[in-house]
Ligand binder design. Structure first.
Ligand code: TYM
Length: 332
């Protein structure tokens, strides 16, 4: 059976960007692609590429696992697991490093951005991150990898590494394809709509909505989102990045396209639009939070993660035996 696979890093609480660009899309794809197996994992090894407090990390890991389920994924057709519990990710990550060139890693824009922000203390794990991400995907012969726009470059290097390995050692890996949604692949910061919405670690950050924060705060953040001085609601990403970003959020949640939203708000101002959007987002996230609360302390969460690990391990072990054999490692 073909596999659709994706992961999210448990750094901080996931954002509305993660939800609209990734989680909501996973749910939609799972409903549509009924003859595919869905593998979703908590990319916890990726979270320690930057310093993380152990207690906080453990909480974030558990929260993220519960958020996957609360987002509406069907647990009966899902292999949900923690990356750190399937050791083969690291084994294949190392093999991938051995065929990755420094120059390729130096070109990664996410790495360059992070280095630019964090002048000292950049770790070698942050640098080699894309090799581990390639391993996450190739290990299971994933056919499709749904991700947001910012991960496209990492998918490209994954394809390059898969092809390089296949050419050098013989056909071993399926070459995956990125699945990027048309609308919602890049949700922007509410206070600075020219930059991506991402976790700053600061809950008071008005530009970023966190999935587990109180609904009244979420509404406030939407209502105080930066927009331009016009009042007519229409989509123009270049000239009106603020309102366009809010329209994207509206569109992904309601399913209405930009023209339909424009029509709906003809003759009304930004105030009406933002007020409605605040309610729409709060209802959507409120539902997720309710499901989250029902799952987070249940035994079922652990059981699902155990089953997920067992299923993932079977495929991962088989693949690694093949890889070691092809590379010439060990005694076989
Ligand atoms: P991460 O944890 O940064 O983000 C998880 C997913 O959320 C998407 N995303 C967004 N989409 C729209 N708008 C935004 N503002 C926004 N912010 C984040 C990301 O594109 C991503 O799909 N390296 C990955 C995790 C990973 C992975 C993998 C993913 C590790 N191994 C293998 C797929 C397959 C990451 O850091 O994503």
């Amino acid at each position: 059976m073909n596999i659709v696979l994706s992961g999210i890093k448990p750094t901080g609480v996931p954002t509305l960007g993660n939800y609209l660009g990734a989680l909501k899309n996973f749910v939609k794809l799972q409903n549509e692609m009924t003859d595919y197996e869905f593998f979703m994992f908590v990319a916890d090894m990726h979270a320690i590429t930057i310093p993380e407090d152990p207690k906080t990390l453990r909480t974030n890991i558990k929260n993220l696992a519960a958020i996957y389920l609360a987002s509406g994924l069907d647990k009966d057709r899902l292999t949900l697991f923690l990356q750190s519990e399937v050791h083969e990710h690291l084994e294949l990550g190392y093999i991938m490093q051995s065929i990755t060139y420094m120059g390729e890693l130096e070109r990664m824009t996410q790495y360059k951005d992070k280095v630019a922000k964090q002048v000292t203390g950049v770790t070698s794990a942050l640098f080699t991150y894309p090799a581990l991400m390639a391993a996450d995907i190739l290990l299971y012969d994933a056919k499709y990898v749904p991700v947001g726009e910012d991960q496209k470059q990492h998918l490209e290097i994954t394809r390059d590494l898969g092809n390089r390995f296949n050419n050098r050692f013989g056909n071993t890996f399926q070459i995956p394809e990125a699945l990027v949604t048309k609308v919602g692949a890049k949700i922007m910061d509410l206070q600075d709509p020219t930059k991506k919405m991402s976790k700053s670690g600061d809950p008071l950050d008005k530009g970023c909505i966190y999935l587990l924060e109180p609904l009244n705060i979420i509404k406030k953040k939407i209502k105080s989102a930066v927009t331009d001085s016009e009042t007519r609601v229409y989509y123009d990403k270049e000239k009106k990045p603020g309102i366009s970003n809010l329209m994207t959020i509206y569109s992904v949640i309601t399913g209405l396209n930009y023209d339909e939203i424009e029509k709906k708000y003809e003759g009304k101002g930004y105030g009406d639009f933002k007020g409605d959007l605040a309610e729409i987002v709060a209802t959507e996230i409120g539902g997720l939070q309710e499901r989250f609360n029902a799952i987070i302390n249940s035994k079922e969460l652990d059981e699902i993660l155990d089953q997920g690990r067992e299923r993932a391990e079977i495929l991962a072990r088989k693949k690694m035996l093949k890889v070691y054999h092809k590379v010439g490692l060990g005694r076989f």
